[in-house]
Design a protein around this ligand. Structure first.
Ligand code: PMP
Ligand code: GLN
Length: 384
């Protein structure tokens, strides 16, 4: 393994899902739903397969039906206008979009300011692109992980090329506020930075939280690469259909890298996702309401079991603090948890450069059936 990747080892998701299988534990680690997405969309995939749509290489930018559906969705939800021919790129999930964006936009030595904790592929992809990551730590404040705007400003140097943002935020469940996003946008404009924004949980926001795409802020449309994914919004994480929307020059740069990573992917599924994006608002509303109810079940169970529970405004994850249980090391806690309680969770420290800042935090996924969450809560209660 080369020096760029040596520090990363095996992803925590593979390690923890294997541990769940080996110990027969309830897997609240890796974030994937235990219920597949809509029947009619599965049927759409079957139809595409049967009718011979997408069984051979689809076009490099993605099938026209999906590119059109992505632009229609951005317009309908956010009032953003994109040209499906030059401003949309279909990718093999958001994971490839992140990789291709960083590989296509960074020069070796460029600095990338990223919110910490960060989704694990960010660090590895910045490294593969020869960039340097500069983490800005989100810190708990009144029940929510908050961005310190002075720290963000202080992290930008003459070598900063881009800001890598994620909202709704995995793993903390924070949704960046209008004030935070305004400050990010002002900083990007003032310092002439690109922004790559991972908005894969755009439809999973709860209560009075609102997802505000960075591309809608003043001066941002043409300097922002926005990333979406069908995995999260439609509960088809195995299909690996994601997309990028951005100005033509940025899409072109991302595509330059993407064409040598996978070239194309997920042919028939692209047609099905095009239909999914056109589902009526009632689908998105019901999905959100269902996930909010699951969040409440798990949050109540975790609170009852003695964890400090941070409020999840978005995503399908709950971050907890294990110190009220008399624990301080999330890694050790998560490695022992399957034996102690038959549950798997993720130590947030893996998402930090400043590992000590993440040490007491542990993430649980709630994209599971209510009976599974209730059983997990019962098992966790045995800890205290
Ligand atoms: N970004 C974030 C923040 C995620 O949580 C995930 C999936 N867990 C991804 C990207 C990857 O998405 P995909 O499965 O579409 O590659
Ligand atoms: N995004 C999912 C999570 O954060 C897992 C994705 C993966 O396994 N790479 O749990």
């Amino acid at each position: 393994l080369n020096r760029r990747l040596a520090e990363f080892g095996t992803t925590i998701f593979a390690e923890m899902s294997a541990l769940a299988l080996r110990t027969g534990s309830i897997n609240l680690g890796q974030g994937f739903p235990d219920t597949d997405g809509p029947e009619e969309i599965r049927e759409a995939a079957v139809r595409a397969l049967r009718d011979g749509r997408g069984n051979q290489y689809p076009p490099g930018p993605g099938v026209p039906e999906l590119r059109a559906a992505v632009t229609a969705h951005q317009l309908r939800r956010y009032g953003l206008t994109f040209d499906p021919d030059t401003e949309v790129l279909v990718t093999a999930g958001a994971t490839e979009a992140i990789a291709a964006a960083l590989l296509g936009l960074l020069e070796p030595g460029d600095e990338v300011v990223a919110l910490e904790p960060y989704y694990d592929s960010y660090a590895a992809c910045i490294a593969m692109a020869g960039g340097r990551r500069v983490p800005v730590t989100l810190r708990p404040h009144e029940g929510r992980f908050r961005l310190d705007l002075d720290e963000l400003r202080g992290a930008v140097t003459d070598r900063t090329r881009l800001l890598l943002i994620n909202t709704p935020h995995n793993p903390t469940g924070t949704v960046l506020t209008r004030a935070e996003l305004t400050a990010i946008a002002e900083l990007a404009v003032e310092r002439d930075l690109l922004v790559v924004t991972d908005e894969v949980y755009e439809h999973l926001v709860f209560d009075d939280a609102e997802h505000l795409p960075l591309a809608t802020f003043p001066g941002m449309r043409d300097r922002t690469v926005t990333i979406g994914s069908a995995g999260k919004t439609f509960s088809f994480t195995g299909w690996k259909v994601g997309w990028v929307t951005a100005a033509p020059a940025l899409v072109s740069a991302v595509r330059s890298a993407k064409q040598y990573l996978t070239y194309v992917a997920s042919g028939p599924f692209q047609y099905a996702v095009a239909e999914a994006l056109a589902l009526p608002d009632s689908y998105f509303d019901a999905f959100r309401a269902d996930m909010r109810a699951k969040r409440d079940v798990l949050a109540a169970g975790l609170t009852d079991a003695g964890f400090e529970v941070f409020r999840t405004a978005g995503t399908y994850f709950i971050t907890t603090d294990i110190r009220p249980l008399g624990e301080t090391d999330g890694f050790a806690f998560c490695r022992a948890l399957p034996e102690r309680a038959g549950v798997v969770a993720i130590p947030n420290a893996v998402f930090y450069d400043h590992r000590e800042a993440g040490a007491p935090f542990v993430r649980f996924a709630f994209c599971k059936r209510a009976d599974v969450l209730e059983e997990a809560a019962k098992r966790l209660k045995s800890l205290s």
